[in-house]
Structures are given as structure tokens and as C-alpha cells.
Write a new protein. Structure first.
Length: 198
């Protein structure tokens, strides 16, 4: 039976598990990473892992949400409120999504299904609420139209942008940039109005 840990040990072990998870999940994905590997890298017994996380998928999901929050933060801050400023920040957000190996794990269908199938419904609902709060804040921060767009419209277009980041190979180098430009422009249209063609 795994022994009890004091508060300092718990904090240290949790940090080591998160570090190990970030490395292993980025290197081999969630499916191929075992609880035993995570525990070994964190310097604990396999059974002790479950004192911190019910599943390795919950550890991954926690790490993914941390990355997501870090990537999203800059788009909700600053004083500039022009379409150009918004699209510049959205491009930076997109580039980080494309470059982050933990986010890219979700681009593999088998990984995505394995992760979401092991998530408690309450955890997924909490994640959805956080996402809705982000979208509401984004709309309140950037909307320049007389009436704000519906949250679902922005959600669909932001999801399209994330899906683009996960499917770069599908589009190929020649079309990928155009697809990204179109997705970013469509989000800008929702918040600032359609660009007038000359």
C-alpha cells in the first residue's frame, strides 16, 4: 500500500509527475506512455501515482489546460483594440498551438479518443465552462460591432483554427497558409465586421 505523503512531498511529487508527463506525452503520446513510466520518472512507486491522478489521461488533460491558458492569455490583454492587433495576436496564438507538442497529441484521432473516453463527464463539463468563459471574455474584449456575435459562431471558428493546426499535413504547405488566413479573417469579421474589398 502506498505510504502517505506530507504536504511538501505531495507538492514536490506532483511537480515531478507534471514534468515527467509533459516530457513523455510530448515524446510518445498518451497511449504509449504508461503509469509505470510516469511514476518511475517522478521517483515514486506505481501505486503512488493514483494518490495524485486517477488516470494518466487526467494528468495529460491538466497539462493541456495549463498550456491552453498560457497560450490564450495574451489575446485577452493589452490596450490595442484594432483588427490588426487582434489578428496579430491570433496568429501568435495559432503559431504556439502548432508548435506545442502537448497540443499536437490531440491531433491524432486515436489519442483524442483515448483521452476523452477516460475523462469524467464532470471534468469535461468544467473544461467546456472554462472555454465558454474564455470566449465570452474574448468577445467582450474585442467586439467592435453594434451587437456582439453569438458565442457559438466564435467557438466554431476558433475550433476550425485549432483543427487547422492539428491537420497541417492534410492541407500541405501550398494551401495551409491560405486556410489559416481565411480562418483568422473569418474570426476578425465576426468581431470587427467584414472587410470592404477595393
Amino acid at each position: 500500500m502506498p505510504r502517505a505523503f506530507n504536504d511538501n512531498e505531495r507538492a514536490s511529487i506532483r511537480a515531478r509527475l507534471r514534468h515527467a508527463g509533459a516530457r513523455l506525452f510530448a515524446e510518445t503520446g498518451v497511449i504509449k506512455t504508461s503509469v509505470e513510466q510516469l511514476a518511475t520518472r517522478a521517483g515514486i512507486a506505481k501505486g503512488s501515482f493514483y494518490k495524485f491522478y486517477d488516470t494518466k489521461e487526467l494528468l495529460y488533460f491538466e497539462l493541456l489546460e495549463d498550456v491552453q491558458n498560457r497560450i490564450r492569455a495574451p489575446i485577452l490583454t493589452g490596450t490595442a483594440r484594432s483588427r490588426r492587433a487582434f489578428e496579430t495576436r491570433l496568429r501568435a496564438l495559432f503559431a504556439q498551438i502548432c508548435d506545442d507538442p502537448l497540443v499536437q497529441v490531440m491531433g491524432r484521432e486515436a489519442e483524442r479518443l483515448a483521452i476523452t473516453s477516460r475523462m469524467p463527464a464532470t471534468r469535461l463539463l468544467d473544461h467546456q465552462k472554462q472555454h465558454q468563459l474564455f470566449l465570452d471574455t474574448l468577445i467582450a474584449r474585442w467586439n467592435m460591432k453594434p451587437s456582439p456575435p453569438k458565442r457559438d459562431v466564435i467557438a466554431a471558428r476558433m475550433t476550425l483554427l485549432v483543427m487547422l493546426s492539428l491537420q497541417k499535413d492534410f492541407f500541405g504547405d501550398r494551401l495551409f497558409g491560405y486556410a489559416v488566413d481565411a480562418a483568422i479573417s473569418s474570426i476578425g469579421d465576426c468581431l470587427f465586421g467584414a472587410r470592404v474589398s477595393k
